[in-house]
Structure formats: C-alpha cells, structure tokens
Ligand binder design. Structure first.
Ligand code: FES
Ligand code: FES
Length: 266
C-alpha cells in the first residue's frame, strides 16, 4: 500500500466508524445472513449439513459463519454459486473491513462495491488485496460441506508436532538482517510472519489483526505490519503502534539452529 493511501486511512478511516456509511449509489445487496456456529474442534474442521440452512442451500445463496467471541476465528462467507459447488472466503472486505455479500456469482462488498471472484481475486476496485480462501469439500451424497480451517499453502512447510521448521536453504531471506518470510502453514491455517531483526534475533507473529480479525500484511514503507481494513499498524515483533487495534499481535517462540529456525505454533 502506498504511503498516500495509508495517510488517507489515518485521516479518514482511523476509527473504522466510517465503514458503516454507504455511498449514495450503493447497489441492492446486503451482507450475507449471519449463522452462529460453535468454535471448531482441534482438527479445525467445520461441517455444515447444507439443507438445514435455506439461505445457503438454494443455488446463488450464501451465509456468513460467525464463531464465538474469543475463538480468534474470523467470520467466513460461504457461497453456493452453482449446484453442488460451494466456496468459502473471508467475510471481511479487504478494502476497509465491511461485511461481504454475494450476488449469486461473486462476493460483493455493499460499502464501496468491491467484488471478488469465488477464488478470492479482486474483480472490481477499490479493494486491491484478495480475499482469503478456505479449503472446503462438499459431499453431494450426505449434503455435508466440510471446511478445513487449518489448511494452508501447499508450497509452505506444515506444522508438525506443534512446530514449524524453516530451513535457510528453503528460505535464504532468513539469513539476512531485515529478511522476512511469510506463509500459511497447514496445521495452523493462518499466515505467519517470520522476521530476522536488526539485532540478529528472530520474531514470528500471527497475521490476524486484533481489531476485527482482518489479515495484516508486511508494509516496507513502515518496516512493519499494516492492516488493510482500518489501518492499524504493528512492529515486526507484533506491538501495536497505531489503532484502532489496541492489542498486540499474537507472538510465537522462535529458536535458531544451524540449518534454520523453528517456530513453536500454539
Ligand atoms: S469496505 Fe470498501 S469496498 Fe469493501
Ligand atoms: S481489522 Fe480493523 S484495523 Fe485490523
């Protein structure tokens, strides 16, 4: 994000309150209806018996899954664009954090008309950052949709026995002061940032913003982390430096050895 856009956030959207305002030309689309669901179990699987939810079972339908407060799980937009086809995305627009709706084909933000394909790609600005997409499997026989919240990037190492191992051979940026590596490990399901700090030590922090669970990104111009939703900023060690977030990012323990770093994922 450019510094001018960040300044815009600071001046206009810093409190986040303005996101509730709709432009005069807002389309006739609402956020998808909310469905409260229990917190996922240890395996991170959420299963929905689709016929129980009329808003989702009709083709073109959608729901927003909301998890209990304190679970740390962001709201999910579950969409049903075609018969026996479902997709699951973050329910929070990456522009400035409005709850998403669905027009039968694409995810649509009612606030400023950003659109996203069901694979999360931006198809209409002002949003520029894709929506996070979750792995979901639909069984047409049982009509159960299973959402794997802990699924991650296939190109990134997985969490094994509570640890994430990154070798210097795979991630040479971790050798260099100022180096940053990020990825979504299977077994955790959320993006993790690992930094080599100026004093030669390492830091690993979660990407989930403590304001309303948008995903922060690394912003080189502030040498830290910036939330695209309401412009909270954090240091590379996770300390909040600008609200509306008031709590630091979740931090993980990092140990260095001869071949790389080991992050303890909790
Ligand atoms: S919050 Fe502005 S387009 Fe979604
Ligand atoms: S979710 Fe609001 S600042 Fe991050």
């Amino acid at each position: 994000m450019s510094s001018s856009r960040r300044d815009f956030f600071k001046k206009v959207l810093g409190t986040g309150a303005v996101v509730a305002g709709l432009p005069a030309c807002a389309p006739d689309i609402d956020p998808s209806p909310v469905l409260d669901v229990p917190a996922p179990g240890e395996d991170g699987i959420v299963s929905l018996v689709v016929p129980r939810y009329p808003d989702l079972s009709r083709t073109g339908g959608s729901v927003t899954l909301r998890f209990p407060g304190g679970s740390g799980q962001e709201n999910l937009l579950v969409v049903h664009p075609e018969e026996n086809t479902y997709a699951v995305l973050s329910a929070t627009c990456t522009h400035v954090g409005c709850p998403m709706g669905f027009d039968g084909k694409e995810a649509v933000c009612p606030c400023h008309l950003s659109k996203f394909s069901i694979t999360g790609q931006v198809t209409n600005a002002p949003a520029t950052v894709p929506l996070k997409v979750y792995v979901a499997t639909y069984n047409a026989g049982t009509q159960v949709l299973s959402i794997a919240l802990k699924s991650g990037d296939t190109t990134f190492p997985s969490v094994v026995n509570g640890t994430l191992t990154l070798t210097f051979d795979q991630f040479p940026a971790l050798r260099d002061v100022g180096g940053v590596v990020s990825g979504r490990p299977t077994g955790y399901g959320k993006t993790v940032f690992i930094f080599k700090l100026e004093d030669g030590t390492y830091s690993a922090v979660d990407s989930v913003c403590t304001h309303t669970q948008c995903e922060v990104g690394f912003e080189a111009s502030i040498d830290g982390l910036l939330c695209p939703c309401h412009a909270s900023t954090f240091t590379k060690t996770g300390t909040v430096t600008q609200g509306p977030a008031t709590l630091d990012l979740k931090k993980f323990t990092v140990a260095e050895n001869a071949s790389g770093v080991v992050v303890t994922i909790t």
